[in-house]
Design a binder for this molecule. Structure first.
Ligand code: URA
Length: 426
């Protein structure tokens, strides 16, 4: 490989010029080897934050991230593979229902997932509330489970796009997380390396999402869909509203219980609606013509869920952990629920113990929030709005403070924004 100077690479991007493939390949490799200093990569990330990456630069950057590690080979499976990625929301337990649901329709779903950070929960944290359930599988175990059961939700191996971990930690402390090319390459490099044939992106927009406006969400979705297509992964993005929490339960075990309700054909209508719609898009991408709603209603999706949990050591019939302390938050007014702020509910759940501030922090399986009212509902003064769950009485106070103003009560019925917004295809 040719040698480049880190300062030249930084100043090229700082001045708004285009980086050559060679320069991108060199700087990412040299950064992994420790030859490019953290402060130099920080400067380059900031230059990218301000000046962006062209389509060619972004494709090359993403390729080099993928090539920094291993690629899972899922080509020998008997079923087509299709995955889903969500940009993260409050009460987002969709993966727990969607993976077994799509598997029950005949596809294989390799959901290599992460843990939660901040106010949004992580799928692995939720499943770890099931006694015995194991997040870490070998690549052979992943392939075997996909072939036999059709669904795997497990920890993404350290070998997938390892440079992303190093870059993400640096972005986190240098104010460069919110860059569309950096977010897109980070998410898509891991999904492409995972080996899926097709991918649906659930891009969350609103108060409880890290993207607040539809314009930004559209830009992110369009960039990721194009990256998928240029890497041979058929990708569709669905923009969905994240102003209010999804469903009623927020918190690890609480969300597993709600997901199981949906798998049994019950549960909150918004969780079912979004899961079924994402399943339809996933099945279309792999040319399977089955109505997913019927698989929730006839018990097939729940049966696949049970097998998926058992295959990873979990007991689907086990009693999930419950909180020692519970407290209700009461309405101080009569009226109609105009809005429920997902961000306040997410922060409350985190303060109650369900989330973590740093990667190494433990989480409580039992802590969280149950939303007792929905947007548009008529309520009376003194009616309970939320139930707070915690293992530690001191956390109840912190959670209560965070959620105190989460509900806006008005006088007239409001038209809630639709959950399903735009769809972006290539
Ligand atoms: N999730 C990721 O994996 N990467 C980002 O950059 C942002 C969200």
């Amino acid at each position: 490989m040719s040698f480049f100077s880190a300062v030249d690479v930084i100043t090229t991007k700082r001045d708004g010029d285009v980086l050559s493939d060679g320069a991108i390949a060199w700087i990412l490799d040299a950064y992994v080897r420790g030859e490019v200093a953290e402060e130099q990569m920080s400067s380059l990330l900031m230059a990218i934050y301000f000046n962006g990456l062209s389509v060619d630069e972004l494709n090359c950057w993403t390729d080099r991230m993928i090539e920094s590690g291993e690629r899972l080979d899922l080509s020998g499976l008997s079923r087509p593979t299709v995955d889903k990625h969500s940009t993260g929301g409050v009460g987002d337990k969709i993966s727990l229902v969607l993976a077994p649901l799509v598997a029950s329709c005949g596809a294989a779903v390799p959901q290599l997932s992460g843990r939660g950070l901040g106010h949004t929960g992580g799928t692995l944290d939720k499943l770890e509330s099931i006694p015995g359930w194991r997040a870490f599988l070998s690549n052979d175990e992943v392939r075997h489970q996909l072939d036999t059961i059709g669904a795997v939700i497990c920890a993404a191996g350290q070998g997938l796009a390892p440079v992303d971990r190093k870059l993400y930690s640096l972005r986190d402390v240098t104010g460069t997380v919110e860059s569309i090319p950096l977010i897109s390459s980070s998410i898509m490099s891991k999904k492409i390396a995972e080996g899926t044939h097709a991918l649906v992106l659930d891009v969350k927009v609103g108060r409880g999402a890290f993207i607040k406006t539809v314009e930004r969400a559209r830009e992110l979705a369009t960039t990721m869909v194009a990256l998928g297509a240029s890497h041979g992964v058929a990708t569709v993005a669905q923009l969905t509203s994240m102003d209010a929490p999804l469903g009623r339960a927020v918190g690890n075990a609480l969300e597993v219980t709600e997901a199981v309700d949906v798998l049994k054909g019950n549960g909150p209508s918004d969780v079912r609606e979004l899961t079924v719609e994402l399943a339809r898009i996933m099945l279309q991408l792999v040319d399977i013509h089955v109505d997913p709603a019927s698989k929730l209603d006839d018990g097939s999706a729940y049966e696949v869920y049970r097998q998926m949990i058992q295959a990873q050591g979990g007991d689907p019939d086990a009693q999930l952990p419950t909180a020692t302390f519970r407290e209700e938050v009461i309405s101080s007014a009569d009226g109609i629920v105009e809005s429920i702020d997902a961000l306040s509910v997410g922060v409350a759940s985190w303060r109650l113990g369900a989330g973590r501030a740093r990667k190494e922090d433990p989480v409580s399986a039992a802590a969280g929030v149950v939303c007792l009212v929905r947007e548009g509902e008529a309520i009376t003064k003194g009616q309970p709005l939320f139930e707070l769950h915690a293992d530690d009485a001191a956390h109840l106070q912190a959670g209560g403070d965070a959620i105190a103003n989460a509900v806006v009560v008005g006088e007239r019925p409001v038209n809630a924004k639709p959950l399903l917004m735009e769809r972006i295809t290539n």
